[in-house]
Design a protein around this ligand. Structure first.
Ligand code: HEC
Length: 97
């Protein structure tokens, strides 16, 4: 139980450090499609963020801003499907308040 608490704390702390380099972010359900998408599309410019960085309500704005940042850098854009899966994943494990 104590270890779990530490894990949550670690996620939370790493979320606060964005966009600084932090390669120790542990994504929940790392094998899931959503986690793979975050690793693929959210680690080009900074360490992949913890879903706990935002609430489910906030994530859509953030992810669309990041898609814009991909466009500005001429990176391959997330398809509608990829963006949807990534957003769903971030919202599933989002901060609750
Ligand atoms: C093309 C580069 C790039 C990619 C790819 C990228 N980001 Fe970012 N991200 C940035 C930059 C630059 C900032 C700092 C300025 C800002 O907040 O817009 C940032 C900041 C952030 C922040 C902290 C600011 C906030 O609003 O909380 C979060 C969270 C974040 N990104 C999430 C993501 C997610 C999720 C993805 C993948 C879907 C992603 N980023 C992909 C460039 C990128």
């Amino acid at each position: 139980m104590a270890r779990f608490g530490f894990f949550v704390l670690a996620l939370f702390l790493s979320a606060c450090e964005l966009p600084q380099e932090n390669t120790r972010v542990k994504l929940p359900e790392p094998e899931s499609e959503g986690a793979q998408m975050v690793k693929k599309f959210c680690s080009d410019c900074h360490a992949p963020p913890s879903p706990l960085a935002h609430t489910a309500k906030e994530w859509p704005n953030v992810i669309h801003r990041m898609q814009e940042r991909r466009r500005m850098k001429a990176y391959e854009l997330m398809s509608e499907h990829e963006l949807g899966v990534t957003l769903k994943y971030l919202q599933q494990f989002a901060k609750s308040v």
